[in-house]
Write a protein that binds this ligand. Structure first.
Ligand SMILES: [Zn+2]
Length: 278
């Protein structure tokens, strides 16, 4: 009976019993047992696994490790960057895109606030979510483990937290996205990219007070909503998990009323900017 040593990395530890996390585990494998079976027996779902190495070499799920093999198990997100046997974690991710499960409307808005492409759209049934994630090469974010275990799905992440801000921290941490935060470059309402627009062009849509104090504006290229620098900006930025990246000047405040339910994801309203006028 081979004895192997298994170390799982990052969030995969969440699937282990607390006293086994972050440790090199000695596992007595059955004769001929595959690494997939060994790791799954530890409790780690295959959809969250991206790469398994044995003694430093990338191996397939069907690999049968030799006695005393050192097995490392890495999470699924790294699939974006690996080509063949490339090591994980040392390479930057491409721009990730997200598809969000129902009940994650608040997280969708927060991801958009940070500039990430985060679609949150019906229908929210499992096949539709998976189809869109696959077709668009999006990471499916969900609180539903069963959804993420679906065979067809290649990129999914199970959110540990119930709180939208903590969920945002989770996503930024797991994908190492802090350096990619690009505040207010994307519409919080509809996920459309924002473009700069001249004040004269949208002057007729501004309330007098807004027109008096604000001079730089952005417009959603999808729903036409207006965004401008505002006093809430500092407060929102302070809640972002990372400070504004150096060299950027994206001081944009979305024109959302502070009391608006951020999870309501309302239909785009071109006149909604007036609600946030100060
Ligand atoms: Zn929009």
């Amino acid at each position: 009976m081979p004895t192997v040593f298994v170390r799982v990395f990052q969030e995969l530890n969440d699937h282990l019993a607390p006293n086994r996390r972050g440790r090199r585990l000695e596992v007595n494998a059955a004769p001929g047992e595959t690494v997939k079976a060994i790791v799954e027996n530890l409790g780690v779902p295959h959809t969250e696994i991206d790469l398994i190495t044995a003694n430093g070499e990338s191996v397939p799920f069907a690999h049968r490790p030799a006695d005393a093999a050192e097995i490392n198990v890495y999470p699924v997100f790294e699939r974006f960057d690996i080509a063949g046997l490339t090591r994980l974690r040392d390479r930057p991710l491409r721009d990730p895109r997200f598809e969000l499960d129902v009940h994650l409307g608040k997280l969708a808005r927060l991801l958009r606030m940070c500039g990430f492409d985060a679609e949150y759209r019906p229908p929210f049934d499992d096949p539709a979510l998976i189809d869109r994630a696959l077709a668009d090469h999006r990471i499916l974010l969900s609180r539903d483990r069963e959804l993420l275990k679906h065979k067809r799905l290649t990129h999914g992440y199970w959110l540990r937290s119930l709180d939208p801000w903590r969920q945002l921290h989770e996503v930024l941490d797991r994908l190492d996205l802090r350096a990619r935060i690009h505040p207010f470059s994307r519409c919080m309402s509809c996920n459309g990219p924002l473009e700069a627009v001249s004040k004269s062009e949208i002057a007729a849509r501004l309330l007098p007070r807004t027109a008096r104090y604000h001079h730089e504006f952005k417009r959603c290229t999808r729903c036409d909503k207006l965004y401008w620098k505002g006093s809430h900006y500092e407060r929102m930025l302070a809640r972002l998990p990372a400070s504004k990246p150096a060299g950027r000047n994206d001081d944009w405040y979305p024109d959302r009323h502070p009391n608006e339910n951020p999870d309501s994801n309302p239909a785009p309203d071109p006149d909604a900017h007036s609600a946030a006028d100060e």
